[in-house]
Design a binder for this molecule. Structure first.
Ligand code: S3P
Length: 171
């Protein structure tokens, strides 16, 4: 199957959900978020799932939902930051979608996430946890078709850049 979806990957706090939502207004594709799809399936939050079943079980669920979404109609897909931890997920995403990697300066991530209560992997010292994730996940997002730094421009600028690149890609 060809690259029919537009997929956003990147660390927590890089703006995937905000950008996905805005992009949805500009490209006539449905918008699906892997975390939101899981929460609707379970009827409770990611934080509660992690606390009850742990990260490994979450990763399995994440892979299952990703596969189901990728098998569906062309969509804008926003993903949880850890989706890249499984190689098979990266291969499917690359095969079935045009993949956008969103990045942001570490200080910007820390600022955006410093009061976040919903992300289980950030419990404790947010700055330390973010630096640790940056180190652990170095290179894992590199398979993307394009990379955009969201700390260097406005959301509108990011959207314009994506649309410009998307049009080039579709030609
Ligand atoms: C995670 C990122 C979260 C969510 C879960 C784990 C990660 O999604 O899937 O808390 O491992 O980076 P966001 O990137 O949308 O915050």
């Amino acid at each position: 199957m060809t690259k029919q979806h537009v997929i956003l990957i990147g660390l927590m706090g890089t703006g995937k959900t905000t950008v996905g939502q805005e992009l949805h207004k500009r490209i006539a594709y449905p918008w699906v978020d892997t975390d939101q799809a899981l929460e609707s399936k379970w009827g409770f939050s990611i934080a509660r799932y992690f606390a009850q079943y742990g990260e490994e079980a979450f990763r399995k669920e994440e892979t299952t939902i990703l596969k189901a979404i990728l098998d569906g109609p062309p969509s804008i897909i926003t993903t949880g930051g850890g989706i890249v931890l499984r190689q098979e997920n990266c291969e499917w995403m690359r095969q079935k979608g045009w993949v956008i990697h969103l990045t942001a300066h570490p200080e910007v991530l820390i600022q955006r996430l410093s009061h976040d209560q919903s992300r289980p992997l950030l419990l404790g010292n947010v700055a330390d946890k973010i630096w640790q994730l940056i180190k652990e996940r170095k290179g894992k997002y590199d398979f993307a078709d394009i990379t955009i730094d969201t700390s260097k421009q406005t959301i509108d600028g990011v959207i314009q850049e994506i649309i410009r690149e998307w049009q080039k890609f579709k030609r």
